[in-house]
Design a protein around this ligand. Sequence first.
Ligand SMILES: [Zn+2]
Ligand SMILES: [Zn+2]
Length: 211
Amino acid sequence: MIQIHYFTFSPIQENTYILWDETKEAVIIDPGCLAQYEKEELADFIEDNQLSVKYLLQTHAHLDHVFGSAFVKRKFGVQMYMHKNEVPILADVENRCKLWGIKGYEPVEADVFIDETSIISFGNSTLEVRFVPGHAPGHLAFVNHQQKFIIGGDVLFRGSVGRTDFPYCNHQDLINSIHQQFLILDDEYKVYAGHGPATSIGQERNTNPFF
Ligand SMILES: [Zn+2]
Ligand SMILES: [Zn+2]
Protein backbone atom coordinates (compact mmCIF):
# COMPACT_ATOMS: atom_id res chain seq x y z
CA MET A 1 0.00 0.00 0.00
CA ILE A 2 1.49 3.30 -1.11
CA GLN A 3 1.35 6.25 1.25
CA ILE A 4 1.55 9.77 -0.09
CA HIS A 5 2.71 12.88 1.71
CA TYR A 6 3.22 16.27 0.18
CA PHE A 7 4.80 19.55 1.10
CA THR A 8 4.00 22.89 -0.52
CA PHE A 9 7.30 24.68 -1.00
CA SER A 10 8.80 27.99 -2.17
CA PRO A 11 7.13 31.32 -3.00
CA ILE A 12 5.69 29.54 -6.09
CA GLN A 13 3.74 27.13 -3.81
CA GLU A 14 4.79 23.95 -5.57
CA ASN A 15 3.71 20.54 -4.29
CA THR A 16 6.56 18.12 -3.57
CA TYR A 17 5.47 14.48 -3.22
CA ILE A 18 6.93 11.64 -1.21
CA LEU A 19 5.59 8.15 -1.91
CA TRP A 20 6.50 5.02 0.03
CA ASP A 21 5.10 1.63 0.94
CA GLU A 22 5.35 -1.00 3.68
CA THR A 23 8.97 -1.72 2.74
CA LYS A 24 9.87 1.93 3.60
CA GLU A 25 11.37 2.33 0.15
CA ALA A 26 10.41 5.77 -1.18
CA VAL A 27 10.48 8.05 -4.21
CA ILE A 28 10.58 11.84 -4.13
CA ILE A 29 8.80 13.60 -6.99
CA ASP A 30 9.48 17.24 -7.96
CA PRO A 31 11.39 18.54 -4.93
CA GLY A 32 10.56 22.24 -4.87
CA CYS A 33 12.26 23.04 -1.55
CA LEU A 34 14.21 26.28 -1.96
CA ALA A 35 14.86 27.72 1.50
CA GLN A 36 17.18 25.89 3.86
CA TYR A 37 14.33 25.25 6.34
CA GLU A 38 12.28 23.65 3.55
CA LYS A 39 15.13 21.31 2.68
CA GLU A 40 15.44 20.38 6.35
CA GLU A 41 11.70 19.79 6.58
CA LEU A 42 11.91 17.32 3.70
CA ALA A 43 14.99 15.57 5.10
CA ASP A 44 13.45 15.39 8.60
CA PHE A 45 10.32 13.77 7.20
CA ILE A 46 12.40 11.10 5.45
CA GLU A 47 14.41 10.48 8.60
CA ASP A 48 11.46 10.51 11.03
CA ASN A 49 9.64 7.93 8.91
CA GLN A 50 12.82 5.90 8.39
CA LEU A 51 12.40 5.94 4.64
CA SER A 52 14.99 4.84 2.16
CA VAL A 53 14.83 7.05 -0.94
CA LYS A 54 15.31 5.06 -4.13
CA TYR A 55 14.67 7.60 -6.91
CA LEU A 56 14.28 11.28 -7.55
CA LEU A 57 11.59 11.57 -10.23
CA GLN A 58 10.67 14.70 -12.17
CA THR A 59 7.32 15.22 -13.86
CA HIS A 60 9.09 18.07 -15.67
CA ALA A 61 11.95 20.51 -15.12
CA HIS A 62 10.36 23.93 -14.61
CA LEU A 63 12.23 25.92 -12.00
CA ASP A 64 9.70 25.47 -9.19
CA HIS A 65 9.90 21.67 -9.55
CA VAL A 66 13.72 21.43 -9.42
CA PHE A 67 14.66 23.98 -6.74
CA GLY A 68 15.60 21.14 -4.38
CA SER A 69 16.74 18.49 -6.86
CA ALA A 70 20.48 19.01 -6.32
CA PHE A 71 19.91 18.81 -2.57
CA VAL A 72 17.90 15.58 -2.84
CA LYS A 73 20.51 13.94 -5.06
CA ARG A 74 23.30 14.78 -2.66
CA LYS A 75 21.45 14.20 0.60
CA PHE A 76 20.04 10.78 -0.31
CA GLY A 77 22.62 9.65 -2.88
CA VAL A 78 20.00 9.08 -5.56
CA GLN A 79 19.88 9.67 -9.29
CA MET A 80 17.55 12.16 -10.93
CA TYR A 81 15.13 10.71 -13.49
CA MET A 82 13.34 12.81 -16.11
CA HIS A 83 12.31 12.77 -19.77
CA LYS A 84 15.03 13.77 -22.25
CA ASN A 85 12.86 16.53 -23.78
CA GLU A 86 13.26 18.44 -20.52
CA VAL A 87 17.02 18.92 -20.99
CA PRO A 88 16.72 22.44 -22.51
CA ILE A 89 14.18 23.43 -19.85
CA LEU A 90 16.48 22.31 -17.05
CA ALA A 91 19.46 24.04 -18.65
CA ASP A 92 17.50 27.32 -18.67
CA VAL A 93 16.47 27.23 -14.99
CA GLU A 94 19.43 29.27 -13.75
CA ASN A 95 18.60 32.07 -16.22
CA ARG A 96 14.92 31.95 -15.33
CA CYS A 97 15.76 32.28 -11.64
CA LYS A 98 17.80 35.42 -12.40
CA LEU A 99 14.95 36.77 -14.50
CA TRP A 100 12.42 36.15 -11.73
CA GLY A 101 14.78 37.38 -9.00
CA ILE A 102 14.86 33.99 -7.27
CA LYS A 103 17.94 33.31 -5.16
CA GLY A 104 19.26 30.04 -3.78
CA TYR A 105 18.82 27.69 -6.74
CA GLU A 106 21.58 25.13 -7.02
CA PRO A 107 22.00 23.95 -10.66
CA VAL A 108 21.42 20.26 -11.27
CA GLU A 109 21.63 17.75 -14.11
CA ALA A 110 19.54 14.67 -14.76
CA ASP A 111 21.22 11.27 -14.51
CA VAL A 112 18.73 8.97 -16.22
CA PHE A 113 16.19 9.64 -18.97
CA ILE A 114 12.83 8.00 -18.36
CA ASP A 115 11.38 6.14 -21.30
CA GLU A 116 7.76 7.02 -22.11
CA THR A 117 6.65 3.44 -21.55
CA SER A 118 8.57 2.68 -18.35
CA ILE A 119 7.30 1.22 -15.15
CA ILE A 120 8.96 2.66 -12.05
CA SER A 121 9.28 0.17 -9.18
CA PHE A 122 9.99 0.84 -5.53
CA GLY A 123 9.37 -1.55 -2.65
CA ASN A 124 6.37 -3.70 -3.59
CA SER A 125 4.84 -0.91 -5.66
CA THR A 126 4.84 0.32 -9.23
CA LEU A 127 4.13 3.55 -11.06
CA GLU A 128 3.25 3.56 -14.73
CA VAL A 129 4.78 6.39 -16.73
CA ARG A 130 2.51 8.47 -18.98
CA PHE A 131 3.92 10.92 -21.55
CA VAL A 132 1.82 14.10 -21.33
CA PRO A 133 3.54 16.94 -23.25
CA GLY A 134 2.04 20.40 -23.65
CA HIS A 135 2.79 22.35 -20.49
CA ALA A 136 6.37 21.14 -20.97
CA PRO A 137 7.80 19.11 -23.90
CA GLY A 138 8.87 16.13 -21.81
CA HIS A 139 6.19 16.21 -19.14
CA LEU A 140 5.48 12.86 -17.48
CA ALA A 141 2.78 11.70 -15.10
CA PHE A 142 3.06 8.72 -12.75
CA VAL A 143 0.02 6.46 -12.40
CA ASN A 144 -0.75 3.75 -9.87
CA HIS A 145 -3.61 1.50 -10.95
CA GLN A 146 -4.03 -0.52 -7.74
CA GLN A 147 -4.85 2.56 -5.68
CA LYS A 148 -6.08 4.61 -8.64
CA PHE A 149 -4.07 7.79 -8.43
CA ILE A 150 -1.97 10.01 -10.67
CA ILE A 151 0.95 12.22 -9.71
CA GLY A 152 0.17 14.64 -12.49
CA GLY A 153 2.55 17.62 -12.22
CA ASP A 154 1.31 20.75 -14.00
CA VAL A 155 -1.03 19.05 -16.49
CA LEU A 156 -4.45 19.06 -14.84
CA PHE A 157 -5.53 21.16 -11.86
CA ARG A 158 -8.80 21.43 -9.97
CA GLY A 159 -10.91 23.48 -12.37
CA SER A 160 -8.02 24.32 -14.66
CA VAL A 161 -5.15 23.04 -16.79
CA GLY A 162 -1.42 23.81 -16.98
CA ARG A 163 -0.22 27.13 -18.32
CA THR A 164 1.05 27.18 -21.88
CA ASP A 165 2.46 30.70 -22.07
CA PHE A 166 6.03 29.65 -21.28
CA PRO A 167 8.74 28.76 -23.83
CA TYR A 168 8.39 25.22 -25.23
CA CYS A 169 4.66 25.03 -24.28
CA ASN A 170 1.89 23.98 -26.64
CA HIS A 171 -1.75 24.31 -25.61
CA GLN A 172 -3.20 21.86 -28.13
CA ASP A 173 -0.62 19.22 -27.14
CA LEU A 174 -1.65 19.73 -23.51
CA ILE A 175 -5.36 19.24 -24.24
CA ASN A 176 -4.57 16.15 -26.36
CA SER A 177 -2.40 14.73 -23.56
CA ILE A 178 -5.20 15.14 -21.03
CA HIS A 179 -7.73 13.49 -23.31
CA GLN A 180 -5.49 10.62 -24.36
CA GLN A 181 -3.72 9.87 -21.07
CA PHE A 182 -5.94 11.14 -18.24
CA LEU A 183 -9.58 11.21 -19.29
CA ILE A 184 -9.45 7.59 -20.46
CA LEU A 185 -9.03 6.60 -16.79
CA ASP A 186 -11.97 5.88 -14.45
CA ASP A 187 -13.68 8.69 -12.58
CA GLU A 188 -12.27 7.44 -9.26
CA TYR A 189 -8.64 8.14 -10.16
CA LYS A 190 -7.37 10.82 -7.82
CA VAL A 191 -5.11 13.47 -9.35
CA TYR A 192 -2.32 14.95 -7.22
CA ALA A 193 -1.32 18.20 -8.91
CA GLY A 194 1.86 20.23 -8.92
CA HIS A 195 -0.03 23.19 -7.46
CA GLY A 196 -3.19 23.47 -5.39
CA PRO A 197 -5.42 20.72 -3.99
CA ALA A 198 -5.87 17.21 -5.33
CA THR A 199 -8.85 16.43 -7.54
CA SER A 200 -10.23 13.43 -9.41
CA ILE A 201 -10.73 12.47 -13.04
CA GLY A 202 -14.50 12.37 -12.48
CA GLN A 203 -14.64 15.83 -10.95
CA GLU A 204 -12.62 17.36 -13.79
CA ARG A 205 -14.48 15.43 -16.48
CA ASN A 206 -17.75 16.89 -15.15
CA THR A 207 -16.79 20.40 -14.06
CA ASN A 208 -13.54 21.55 -15.70
CA PRO A 209 -14.34 24.35 -18.21
CA PHE A 210 -11.53 23.19 -20.50
CA PHE A 211 -13.43 20.00 -21.44
ZN1 LIG B 1 5.48 23.68 -14.77
ZN1 LIG C 1 4.79 24.19 -11.41
